[in-house]
Ligand binder design. Sequence first.
Ligand code: FES
Length: 161
Amino acid sequence: MHNMNTITDSKDSIEPLIEAHRHIKGALLPLLHAIQEKMGFIPPESVADIAKSLNLSRAEVHGVITYYHFFRSTPAGRHVVQVCQAEACQACGANELMAFAEETLGCRSHQTTPNGAVTLEPVYCLGLCASSPAVQVNDTLYARVSTNQLKILLAQLEGAT
Ligand code: FES
């Protein structure tokens, strides 16, 4: 029953967004952004409605959601830690930083800690390439992040360590 309610709620929340976008050309990306902004993720059960309203196949919609790392198919944790994995940061230790975050949090990239505290995600450029490696914790950007600094940032997040 609880699940039914959740699905109905998400349908009610998403329906007006679909209505607002359905006649716009190239609506899929703006619509997905609008849904994620409102819901925090793209509920998988909404894919069929999105596809139908935009005259696309479910596979096309699903393909776009999975292609863009930005979109989530499950709700995020209470905090989101993003470690830049794009080229400039890769050259400055981004791999080690991600490995350190995975080890410290006890979850893999793209996953949320079992207690729901932190979602760890790769991100592909935070606009701080000249000061890499870069990390974003919730809405705050950090440049030239060392593993030691990342350790301190994670320790400040409730439930992260
Ligand atoms: S490549 Fe990491 S901030 Fe641009």
